[in-house]
Design a protein around this ligand. Structure first.
Ligand code: NAD
Ligand code: UDX
Length: 465
């Protein structure tokens, strides 16, 4: 097999965009085309304001765009010209039919495979970049075997481990790159691309199924750590232990390690819940109900943590938040991203709205439009529509602010739901002076824990102490 000189990536999202920008940046000899059916998204990738907020991304994109990195909607041409085609489309949880609420919706992946089969000529390597259920490559291979022009294909699995907010660091220096496949020549072709900047010892190769399953397993283990420490946070609140002290104490054990032990209002993001539910579905499908139940508990604990946070707010504020103004600090699912998918904020805001609280929301990167979309979506019912009553609830109880301080003005409470660094720099004296008293702060990230808010007059509540 000749070295790869032309890549096409289908899906210009949070994964396709940054990963392909990094490949183009590190491999000037490879022409990289990122394609998408969403013309608006492609236009944004071609503009000065990229569709994704990610530290360091602008520089990487600008270094190659217009040279060997192109964003385009001309999907068929890009597939036809490429030696290697990445599939990096979304694989959300199915919302309908068999496996609804658990199984991954593979409609978009299958459509890509069919498109590749239809327009390709010659030989191509097809790379699964999307997170997929184990054994999806089998289906992809079967679809690709029905080709219009006698094209031939090899399928690789190359799951992506980047985390949002640190995508560029993660891509520059990955702990490992995982490549699963069957034919050594095809595996080597992809290894050679990454070897342009990743040490060969970090390029792990496995069979297809191990690679597909490792991605779901990695996310399940990471999410399990968060749910485990969050479970302990509830016990800390009941007993006088401090969850951050417990996390530090257990994290020094080299077998446990210090990372991913930060108790919070609950994990969010597009991956953890979706991938665990997918794992649960797969276990059930393969006749392993006990294994399924074990992993499902990670998601249940996370739901409980979000509910617990709201319950604690209501109880602390004299059992009612109705008509009280609450400043919501942060809507993204973690700092340094504009992504709100499955953000704990969505669910906390929903439950506070059901208590008829008035919310004033501030996030440094998330647009009002996105927040309103998320709140409307979380209130949709079986028919995928939002009722008039719920729409009115949002209209009458949600406003927006352009700073954390503004969101807190005249408020009964502040809820910190994303750990944005700028929140620690707020002028707490000024904020205190405008708030109703007692001035409640509910810190879902323990971000302000060491800032002496109690001494400044606030009634401060964090997670797990
Ligand atoms: P995304 O929704 O941001 O992007 C997917 C893109 O694919 C969209 O722009 C959509 O328009 C496009 N698309 C869908 N069907 C298409 C088709 N038939 N032809 C062309 N374009 C099409 O999703 P994402 O966050 O980038 O995730 C992509 C995959 O990567 C998922 O499987 C996800 O689980 C996985 N993943 C995501 C992350 C993350 O941090 N977001 C990390 C690792 C893995
Ligand atoms: C995750 C995986 O980390 C990444 O490897 C995979 O490719 C995609 O899914 P991401 O969802 O982008 O990445 O962010 P991550 O840093 O894992 O955080 C996920 C959620 O867990 C966030 O809401 C975060 O705030 C929360 N979290 C994380 C905690 O509450 N405590 C922690 O200790 C760590």
């Amino acid at each position: 097999i000749d070295p790869v000189s032309k890549i096409c990536c289908i899906g210009a999202g949070y994964v396709g965009g940054p990963t392909m920008a990094m490949i183009a940046h590190k491999c000037p000899h490879i022409d990289v085309k990122v394609v998408d059916i969403n013309a608006d998204r492609i236009a944004q990738w071609n503009s000065d304001r990229l569709p994704i907020y990610e530290p360091g991304l602008d520089e990487i994109v600008h270094s190659s765009r217009g040279k060997n990195l192109t964003f385009t909607t001309e999907i068929d041409q890009a597939i036809r010209a490429a030696d290697m085609v990445f599939i990096s489309v979304n694989t959300p949880t199915k919302t309908f039919g068999v496996g609804a609420g658990r199984a991954a919706n593979l409609e978009f992946v299958e459509k890509c495979a069919r498109r590749i089969a239809e327009v390709s000529e010659g030989h191509k390597i097809v790379v699964e970049k999307s997170t997929l259920p184990v054994r999806t490559a089998e289906a992809v291979k079967r679809i690709l075997s029905n080709t219009a022009n006698n094209a031939t294909f090899d399928v690789l699995s190359n799951p992506e481990f980047l985390a949002e907010g640190t995508a560029i660091e993660d891509l520059l220096e990955p702990d490992r790159v995982l490549i699963g496949g069957e034919r050594p020549e095809s595996i080597e072709a992809l290894v050679d691309i990454y070897a342009n900047w990743v040490p060969r010892a970090r390029l792990l190769t496995t069979n297809l199924w191990s690679s597909e399953l490792s991605k779901l397993t990695a996310n399940a283990f990471l999410a399990q750590r968060v749910s485990s420490i969050n479970a302990i946070s509830a016990l800390c609140e009941a007993t006088g232990a401090d969850v951050d002290e417990v996390a530090a104490a257990i994290g020094t054990d080299s077998r446990i390690g210090p990372k991913f032990l930060k108790a919070s209002v609950g994990f969010g993001g597009s991956c953890f819940q979706k991938d665990i539910l997918n794992l649960v579905y797969l276990c059930e499908y393969f006749g392993l109900p006990e294994v399924a139940a074990y992993w499902e508990q990670v998601v249940r604990m996370n739901d409980h943590q979000k509910q617990r946070f709201v319950t604690r707010m209501v109880r602390t504020m004299f059992n009612t938040v109705s008509d009280k103004k609450i400043g919501i600090w942060g809507f993204a699912f973690k700092k340094d991203t504009n992504d709100t998918r499955e953000s704990a904020s969505i669910y906390v805001c929903r439950d506070l709205l059901l208590e008829k609280a008035r919310l004033c929301i501030y996030d440094p990167q998330v647009s009002e439009h996105q927040i309103l979309n998320d709140l409307e979506y979380v209130f949709t019912e079986g028919d995928n529509k939002i009722s008039e009553a719920k729409r009115e609830l949002i209209e009458q109880h949600v406003t927006f602010a352009s700073s954390a301080q503004e969101a807190s003005s005249d408020a009964h409470a502040i809820a910190i739901l994303t750990e944005w660094d700028e929140f620690a720099d707020a002028d707490f004296e000024a904020i205190y002076s405008t708030m109703k008293k007692p001035a409640f702060v509910f810190d879902g990230r323990n971000r302000l824990k060491d800032l002496g808010l109690k001494a400044k007059g606030f009634e401060y509540h964090g997670i797990g102490f």
